[in-house]
Design a protein around this ligand. Structure first.
Ligand SMILES: Cc1cc2nc3c(=O)[nH]c(=O)nc-3n(C[C@H](O)[C@H](O)[C@H](O)COP(=O)(O)O)c2cc1C
Length: 337
């Protein structure tokens, strides 16, 4: 079920993304590969491949494989600190990828031009109003505003506060998608009414039937409640690490040990700050892989958002999207009555 109000509130996002519903499945390293991405796009949402630490060759293969599974539009998420960022941008261009999402910090010099020159639309994360304005002025085509309820790497501010700060100021200038803590259509309806062009969800899609996440990873999600998804803690003030939200498990302690190890390397001068932060990111990529792919739910990283408590069963992507749309439509109808 859908209604005219929902269709009209989603029109701008739908137009920008080129799909049927303004619901993005945010890129999730190891999870957002060909199967989930194509399933999302085939179901009328917008799938995004997580490039993560992939080489240009691997990304090339993944895009080609995704294209073989869907003729619908999908995007590619690139991490700004990837040492071969510009080669990855070239790979996207060769495949005529329509939307590139840059994550992990402000776009490095030349990257905005390189992406847009080849005709792709560029989506960036705006963690604060000042940065949202800056990104818009630099030519970014759309923004994702992601609060600290989200799974994976997070900023310090909640979705509800960021949405109130950024939507009234920026929604007229460019499409803004809201992310973090969204698992039901009522919340989607609310953010659309506040001016969002659409929403981005991650956690809600991890247990989709089409997601290749290990059965034990999915089981951990199905069992967890909101308070189990906790942010990692920075132990050394000299080593600023971006917090990561994940389900608490014995592996959570490993991150503390890793930070100590990297802080010692910094102290001894064996690595500089850039290299130290790269080591931390490699740690997360490896820990997430162990949990998602190998099913090591004790030692690996179970990145998950606070909305994990609302993930209650494994179900096909079409059903998840239909449920979200129905809930959003019902909420809007109730308000109109
Ligand atoms: C397991 C997992 C891995 C993620 N990996 C990435 C990533 O590689 N790049 C990225 O930009 N965001 C990543 N995210 C964030 C999602 O794209 C999305 O923005 C977020 O999950 C939305 O919040 P929610 O989890 O509350 O729905 C990840 C999230 C999860 C749960």
């Amino acid at each position: 079920m859908t209604n005219a109000k929902l269709t009209s509130l989603m029109a701008r996002g739908v137009d920008f993304l080129g799909c049927e519903t303004a619901i993005l499945c945010g890129a999730m390293s190891w999870v957002s590969e060909r199967h989930l991405v194509s399933a999302i796009s085939n179901a009328g949402g917008f799938g995004v491949i997580a490039c993560g630490a992939m080489t240009p060759e691997l990304l090339d293969t993944e895009i080609a494989a995704t294209k073989a599974l869907t003729s619908k539009p999908f995007g590619v998420n690139l991490i700004t600190m990837h040492p071969q960022l510009f080669d990855l941008i070239d790979v996207c261009a060769r495949h005529d990828v329509g939307h590139v999402v840059l994550a992990g910090g402000l776009p490095p010099k030349g990257s905005i031009e390189a992406i847009k020159q080849k005709g792709a639309k560029l989506i960036c994360f705006a963690p604060a109003l000042a940065l949202a304005k800056k990104l818009w002025r630099s030519g970014v085509d759309a923004l994702v505003v992601e609060g600290m309820e989200a799974g994976g790497h997070i900023g310090p501010v909640s979705t509800s506060v960021l949405a109130q700060e950024i939507l009234p100021e920026m929604a007229e200038q460019l499409p803004v998608f809201v992310a973090g803590g969204i698992a039901r259509g009522e919340a989607i309806a609310a953010y659309l009414e506040m001016g969002a062009a659409g929403v981005q969800l991650g956690t809600r899609f991890v247990c989709a039937t089409e997601s290749i996440a290990h059965p034990l990873f999915k089981k951990a999600f199905l069992r967890a409640s909101a308070r189990d998804a906790v942010a990692s803690v920075q132990i050394d003030p000299r080593l600023p690490v971006i917090p990561v939200r994940a389900l608490k498990n014995p592996g959570t302690e490993n991150f503390t040990a890793k930070q100590r190890e990297v802080a010692n390397l910094l102290d001894s001068g064996a690595v500089d700050m850039m290299e130290a932060q790269l080591q931390i990111e490699h740690y997360w990529a490896g820990a997430l892989r162990r949990a998602v792919i190998d099913g090591d739910v004790e030692g690996g990283s179970l990145m998950a958002g606070q909305s994990v408590g609302m993930v209650t069963k494994e179900e096909p992507v079409t059903e998840i999207i239909a449920t979200l749309m129905k809930e959003a439509a019902t909420a809007l109808e109730r308000r109109a009555a």
